[in-house]
Design a protein. Structure first.
Length: 559
């Protein structure tokens, strides 16, 4: 065996990826993931894929995927499929304060931040191996954050959410860097299913900009997965699904940049990790080929509180009401286990003839005591998301006007006025009293816009294949649950709202695909420091305008 063949043989056993006849699109792959979703609306992909459980495998686009994204290293008739993955570079710049989400291992950061990832994929029979590490570096400059000149009740209200979550303003006091396994996995395939270990990002739900359960907002976490490789066809319709067991970490960082506030109000972490169990199922009825229904359920719990019974390892199979969990229906006894549950139902409906889609999610993060309470009080501990996308054909066959929008609402409902004394509310989406937030390494696993925040995003663009020219409008109401807990509806005290406009420019060249977003953010009442009230609760220190830049580069090694 000569040296060249020996290296190829040895490398194929060390490295990674997917079946060349069913190649994978990683979650949040710049430009391409949006492009293939658009292709489905345009009628080029068919309606079999729900886009509700990602990463995606798209066997219909085998030729496009291999030609455009992946370099095949070994000839097609070899027993080993070996592919080179594209080089991905994500780069951001925030001028004055952190803004932006959905950037995997990139952290809330002021200054420049860069992300690099590439790798290879190998398949030998039913075994697949993908090695795609990620490297992140950020300047992590200081910025004006939450102030210390508020009254004690306001400070206690702010730390109530910080102590029930893990969302630090700034990640340390110096530049940060991290090398991680990233989008790597090792899986065994059997029929329509696969089982394996992975550190890949996963996305559950139909959202384009956010998700109530899992998105690409935080770094991927190590997990064992049992999943469908492609939609499983049955006489009832098509099913997609994933069951995971994973490990989540906390940032172990204090939330503010003000040490004496952290020392006085912050409940420090004990260093334990959190056990995660989750399941997601998507169903496409055979009699409604363009409609998809989704269901997902997750449980997380600190490892020190977890038992060793079957339902401790797989709590996703528990009943849905606390009354059925104990013979005496003792809700307090159940809550002491420290399990944080989220249940989300979703739908996505395609209208191919109109090149239109509409979708939504509705989630609850707490057991109801019994079915009666659930029916009488469905608003308790809920969040929801709705969105749409519409393509309008232009003169050129490949040109479309793309209009899409999404609204994510995490703020507590008016239920807080009747359920809790003092009109102050309680936990919000992605927080928990004992499990300390649905996060990994300090970033929310689902909605990246901030705890208790509501965000509305609207985009209108001209698109042609991978190319795009467009405008993005966004409104972000920051930490609304904290605002109403701390200030109520008193006159002169206003929420912190960010309004932004962005310019979008994507362009595909021979081997390079480039995506650009330039976003200008105007903050009203930044960090709740209002000009309308000069009391000790508000200081004159507003941040009016900030700049957020995002540059994505994807280099393909193929011909």
């Amino acid at each position: 065996m000569n040296l060249k063949k020996g290296l190829l043989f040895f490398g194929s056993w060390l490295i990674l990826f997917l079946n060349s006849y069913s190649q994978q699109l990683n979650v949040g792959l710049p430009i391409y993931e949006e492009y293939y979703r658009r292709q489905q609306l345009a009628g080029e992909l068919g309606s079999m894929h729900s886009f509700m459980i990602r990463p995606l495998r798209l066997p219909e686009l085998k030729k496009d995927l291999e030609d455009d994204l992946f370099l095949q290293i070994i000839e097609e008739d070899a027993k080993i499929d070996l592919l080179a993955l594209p080089l991905i570079s994500r780069n951001t710049y925030n001028s004055k304060r952190p803004y932006g989400w959905g950037n995997k291992g990139m952290l809330p950061n002021v200054g420049f931040q860069t992300y690099l990832s590439t790798g290879i994929f190998a398949k030998l029979g039913f075994f697949e191996l993908q090695l795609q590490p990620e490297f992140v570096f950020g300047q992590n400059r200081p910025f004006v954050g939450f102030g210390s000149d508020f009254s004690t009740p306001v400070l206690q209200s702010r730390f109530f959410y910080w102590n029930n979550g893990d969302n630090p303003e700034r990640f340390g006091t110096s530049p940060n860097s991290r090398l991680w396994w990233g989008q790597s996995s090792a899986k065994l395939n059997f029929g329509a299913f696969a089982i394996g270990i992975s550190t890949e990002n996963i996305w559950w739900g139909p959202g384009q900009f956010n998700s109530l359960t899992f998105s690409d907002n935080a770094e991927g976490f190590p997990h064992i997965t049992l999943e469908t490789r492609n939609p499983a066809k049955t006489f009832l319709g098509n099913f997609e699904g994933q069951l995971i067991v994973g490990r989540l970490e906390n940032s172990l960082l204090p939330p503010t940049q003000i040490d004496f506030l952290n020392q006085r109000y912050f409940k420090d972490f004990d260093g334990d990790w959190r056990y995660l169990n989750g399941i997601s199922i998507s169903y496409n009825p055979i009699f409604l080929p363009n409609l998809f229904f989704g269901f997902s359920r997750t449980f997380q719990q600190y490892n020190s509180l977890k038992g060793d019974k079957f339902l401790d390892w797989f709590p996703i199979f528990e009943v849905f009401q606390k009354e059925g969990l104990f013979s005496n229906g003792n809700s307090v006894s159940y809550d002491s286990k420290g399990q944080d549950q989220q249940v989300v139902v979703s739908f996505r409906y395609l209208v191919p003839s109109a090149k239109f889609e509409i979708y939504g999610e509705y989630g609850r993060r707490d057991h109801a005591f019994n079915w009666r309470e659930f029916i009488l009080n469905p608003e308790h501990a809920r969040a929801y998301l709705v969105g749409f996308q519409k393509l309008i054909a232009l003169n050129n066959a490949d040109d479309f006007l793309q209009i899409r929008g999404e609204y994510t609402h995490q703020q507590e409902s008016v239920n807080r006025y009747i359920r809790y004394p003092g009109l102050i509310g309680n936990q919000t989406w992605h927080t928990h009293g004992l499990a300390r937030g649905f996060v990994n390494r300090g970033e929310a696993l689902g909605v990246g816009a901030g705890v208790g925040s509501n965000v509305m995003t609207f985009e209108i663009s001209k698109v042609s294949k991978l190319n795009k020219r467009g405008i993005l409008l966004e409104r972000l109401a920051n930490h609304q649950d904290f605002f109403y807990r701390a200030f109520g509806r008193s006159s002169g005290r206003q929420p912190w709202i960010d309004y932004s406009i962005g310019l979008l420019w994507d362009q595909s060249f021979e081997k390079l695909t480039l995506g650009t977003k330039i976003q200008l953010i105007s903050s009203y009442n930044y960090q709740w420091q209002s000009n309308l009230n000069r009391s000790r609760d508000f200081a004159q220190n507003e941040l009016d305008l900030a700049l957020y830049l995002n540059l994505n580069l994807l280099y393909r090694f193929g011909n």
